[in-house]
Ligand binder design. Structure first.
Ligand code: SAM
Length: 455
């Protein structure tokens, strides 16, 4: 792979850069890795070698067709690049979760960092996953529904829409849009599109994003800033820019030598960051730093407004949800969500400022005769363990996921959760001699399933 000369020239000035191993790694394939769900992961058969900086991470020796694994559809694991799973170690070394954290993942689609943060957060803390591009926000929503945490909410807003949420967030993850040089092995377009002008453009955009979001970070709050770019303009020089504009310092993270991760300092203000060079580490190019806001921040008061009486909704859905201190919100006309009662003031305030795609757990809607359960309940870690279910084998699971008839009508009528290896996949409604498949159309498997996969 012929790497851009200006990029290599710059990297030669970065301490810890090893050109020979870097070039050799760029002659090899990208590494495939997955991160297991902390509670659902045990229901998957996927196996691999541990990733040293992330306890749920696994390197795979081959890349399977994930679409043909029902456990993937049940949210048992997320396919994520190994270096970026370092966020797990960075988080555990710098963030203390008191059970009331408000976290924003600002550039969140398709959801790798968000599903990781969701796995680390206590259920009473809150994660707002945001994506500015609408089409990407729906992929983000789908991935977070599949992951199944009630406390991960999804918005579709521009960073400047958050400016007015003064001092609201304890942690903001900025996995910034970047020139993508760290992913040359995964995406050849990143190499063919790479130019110095684009690096400068990305650097300017990264500064604008941080400037827009800075007021919404609390004093002593932390921004975790990451890119998949090797360029100093997008990495160390961004840290220098932050230190020049705001009262901020970076937080150091303990490393083990055998990991091969390089600690770097920004040239002017000696802010610390961590670089991942293919060849030194088993993964793709990555940069990450934890920036603490040391200056004062205003604060925004959330006030609890009296909630509507939702006793009827609570009674109609009690069989669907695990016991918890639930509050119910009418999400849109006759569509309801359940949220942790502690998050009601957040919802009441945030819904006025942001465009929401998901708040809490979508629980469905009532008709005159019955409650129609939302697809999200099938994947939720807060679903009741007592929901009537049909356990299916792999063939049946794949047919269900294709929205085809999978041949298990139940004589008893009613809603049934389709489960594969104890993982909820979706709903069917049994009508006596046949059943209706309620998997949302846009979730269905579109590829043809090879015959030898239908064992
Ligand atoms: N965090 C994601 C993950 O782990 O799966 C990857 C995020 S990707 C590196 C950067 C995201 O920033 C993209 O989804 C992109 O659509 C979004 N983005 C692009 N321009 C943006 C802007 N001006 N402000 C905020 N986000 C932007």
């Amino acid at each position: 792979m012929l790497l851009p000369a200006p990029l290599l020239n710059e990297l030669r000035t970065v301490p810890g850069f090893d050109e020979a191993s870097f070039l050799a790694a760029h002659e090899q394939e990208a590494v495939t890795s997955v991160r297991l769900h902390p509670t659902k992961g045990g229901n998957s058969n996927i196996g691999g070698e541990p990733i040293p900086w992330c306890s749920d991470g696994l390197y795979l020796t081959t890349r399977p067709v994930f679409t043909l694994d029902p456990a993937y559809h049940g949210g048992a694991y997320y396919v994520q690049e190994a270096s970026s799973m370092f966020l797990s170690h960075e988080w555990q070394s710098t963030i203390e979760d008191n059970g009331a954290l408000r976290v924003l993942d600002l550039c969140a689609a398709p959801g790798g960092k968000s599903t990781l943060v969701a796995s680390l957060l206590k259920p009473t803390s809150l994660l707002l996953s945001n994506e500015v591009i609408r089409s990407r926000a729906s992929i983000l929503e789908e991935n977070l529904v599949r992951w199944g945490n009630t406390n991960s909410w999804v918005t579709c807003n521009d960073p400047r829409d958050f400016t007015k949420l003064t001092g609201y967030f304890d942690v903001i993850v900025i996995d910034a849009p970047c020139s993508g040089s760290g992913l040359f092995r995964k995406d050849i377009r990143a190499l063919t599109n790479w130019t110095e002008d684009n690096v400068a453009l990305c650097s300017g955009r990264q500064q604008r994003i941080i400037a827009d979001i800075w007021p919404s970070l609390k004093q002593d709050g932390v921004i975790i800033y990451a890119t998949c770019s090797f360029s100093m303009e997008e990495d160390e020089q961004i840290l220098d820019w932050v230190a020049g504009e705001f009262d901020a310092k970076t937080l150091a993270v303990p490393l083990q030598d055998e990991w091969g991760i390089v600690e770097v300092q920004s040239p002017e203000k000696e802010m610390k960051g961590y670089r991942f060079f293919p060849g030194k580490i088993n993964g793709e190019g990555f940069f990450i730093a934890a920036i603490k806001k040391t200056g004062e921040a205003g604060s925004l008061k959330t006030q609890r407004v009296k909630a509507r009486d939702m006793a009827k909704v609570a009674a109609q859905t009690a069989h669907l949800l695990a016991p918890k201190d639930w509050q119910y919100i009418e999400w849109s006309k006759d569509m309801f969500s359940a949220i942790d009662a502690a998050h009601l003031p957040d919802w009441q305030m945030l819904q006025k400022a942001l465009y929401f795609r998901k708040a809490g757990l979508n629980i469905g809607s009532p008709t005159a005769k019955e409650w129609i359960p939302a697809h999200a309940i099938a994947l939720s870690i807060d679903a009741s363990a007592g929901i009537a279910a049909i356990n299916v084998n792999r063939d049946q699971a794949l047919q269900f996921l294709k929205r085809e008839d999978f041949g298990t009508p139940e004589s008893e009528k009613g809603w049934r959760l389709i489960k594969f290896n104890n993982l909820g996949l979706g709903w069917v409604k049994c009508l006596g001699n046949r059943s209706n498949n309620y998997l949302p159309k846009h979730w269905r498997i579109r590829m043809e399933i090879p015959d030898d996969d239908m064992l």
